[in-house]
Design a protein. Structure first.
Length: 123
């Protein structure tokens, strides 16, 4: 292969024909050693496309799962709010029942004390 087809004329004139040919040979060998064929390049690109598509699918799936989790969280929060309302109502009933129980016990104790005093004075 002639050097002039690959190498600039001014460099060939400055370096000389022999050095120019040697440089072109070295450059061709270097490029051949370091480069990949078009088929390999296309194969790598197709693999990268597959990886990109897989990553897109994973991102979409992750987004869908996050939406599901957020929906579940909101449903759980609603249920917890309902449970808190139930516990509040139960607490109010329990407090009311306890107040009545204490009142009845105190009333019974007072009634018993009065009856015992009457019996002591009458008896």
């Amino acid at each position: 292969m002639p050097v002039t087809a690959l190498f600039p004329k001014r460099l060939e004139d400055r370096w000389g024909k022999e050095i120019s040919e040697e440089f072109v040979s070295w450059l061709e060998a270097f490029i051949k050693e370091k480069s990949v064929s078009r088929d390999e390049y296309r194969e790598v690109l197709s693999r990268l496309d597959v990886i990109e598509n897989t990553l897109d699918y994973i991102r979409d799936e992750q987004s869908r799962q996050r939406q599901e989790l957020n929906q579940l969280r909101s449903e759980m929060n609603e249920r917890f709010d309902k449970m808190n309302e139930r516990f509040d109502r139960m607490n109010e009933r329990l407090q009311s029942t306890l107040k009545w129980t204490v009142g009845v016990v105190m009333g019974m104790g007072s009634l018993l004390a009065i009856l015992m005093s009457i019996y002591k004075f009458m008896g």
